[in-house]
Each structure stands twice: as structure tokens, then as C-alpha cells.
Ligand binder design. Sequence first.
Ligand SMILES: Nc1nc2c(ncn2[C@@H]2O[C@H](COP(=O)(O)OP(=O)(O)O)[C@@H](O)[C@H]2O)c(=O)[nH]1
Ligand SMILES: [Mg+2]
Length: 206
Amino acid sequence: MIVKSAEFVCSNTQVSKLPAPTKPEYAFIGRSNVGKSSLINMLTNKKGLAKTSQTPGKTQLINHFIINDEWYLVDLPGYGYARISKSKKEDWNKFIRFYLDKRESLQCVLVLIDSRHEPQKIDLEFCNWLGEHGLPFVIVFTKADKQSGVKTDQNVAQFKKALLQTFEQMPDYFITSSENKLGREEVLAFIDGVNKGFTASPLERG
Ligand SMILES: Nc1nc2c(ncn2[C@@H]2O[C@H](COP(=O)(O)OP(=O)(O)O)[C@@H](O)[C@H]2O)c(=O)[nH]1
Ligand SMILES: [Mg+2]
């Protein structure tokens, strides 16, 4: 896929105010600081599209971007902040889970995992929740430039092993770096492939 255009569309705090579900949509999510904003900027070739390193946990917004006038890239608030209150965390859960569960045009959730770390409980729990709700997802390992390929492969293998305790097979996954654009073509080709199979019929679905 060649990214010809990438524009911010809207930020929402309410699922009822999202754009009409007429285009295939992909949600990007992960722990705070996982490299989500950097990945979005890297994929779209637009440096300031998603803001990097904002104060975490401040806003709970669903951000829509339109790519090539064809599909929506959705930037979801990160999970796993150490410093926010329990009630804030519960709000996050309700809000995001409601969106993920109800959004009919959502094609796939891209779960970002920091390739530097061993499997983290909160990431595994989130993947399990997606699985339980029948939501398709892929794993995007981030920041692969930060360590050797051997170390990345070890962490990927460990994550696989952990996921396979609850899943029958490993979902598709990508190893990426926003620093050197590793994985860019692969992620975009994956989205392109899913887009080709998309048929929007929101009226029929009621
Ligand atoms: N070396 C390296 N640093 C990265 C990469 N992706 C993100 N970072 C850095 O990690 C920090 C958090 O990135 P950001 O995109 O803001 O993460 P977010 O909180 O998930 O949106 C920033 O300092 C980024 O520059 C990457 O692929 N390689
Ligand atoms: Mg960010």
C-alpha cells in the first residue's frame, strides 16, 4: 500500500459520536509508552500525525485518522498506567471495551507489544479479552532497533509461548521499528489485504 494521504478526522469521548461505520477500521492499542504514536507516524509517513510522548493518562479519546480516503486508523488511549487511579482505569476499561465490542466496521485490533520486554500480564490479559470477545487481532512488536535481533526473537518466542497457553494458534504478528521503518511494508500490506475484503452495509445491519 502506498500512503497518499493521512488526515486527522476527529477525537471522541463518546462511541455514539464516531464517524459512520462505512469504511474499514483498524484500532491501535497498547501500554502507554509502547511506541504507538511513533508507529502511527511511521506507517503514515507523517511525523506529527499522532503526537508522541504526551502526558500519559490525561485524555481518554478515540482518535480517528483517515488514510487514502479509504480506511480509518484509530488511535486508542494506552492501558497500564502505573500512576492513574483505580476508578480511572475502570473508566478506561468500560469506554474502550465498549468501543471494541460495538464498532461494526472494526476489522482488526493491532495490539502493540514492546519487543524489549518479556511477556507482561496486562498485555496477555488484554489479548485474552479480545479472544473471548471474538475480536480479530494481530500483534505488532515495537522498538526492535533497541536490541539485537536475537534478543527480539527471544522475546517474541516467549510471548508466543505465553499466548499459546490460551490460544490454539499464534495470531499474525509483525516486528517493527519506527526508528528504521522495519515492518512498515508488512503492516500496510496486511491492512491492504483486509481492506480488499471489506463490504460496508451498515444499513442492512441496522
Ligand atoms: N528507538 C526507538 N524508540 C522508539 C520507537 N518507537 C517509539 N520510541 C520512543 O519511545 C517513546 C514513546 O513513544 P511514543 O510513540 O510516544 O509511545 P506511545 O505512548 O505508545 O504513543 C518515545 O521516546 C519514542 O521516541 C522505536 O521504534 N525505536
Ligand atoms: Mg502516544
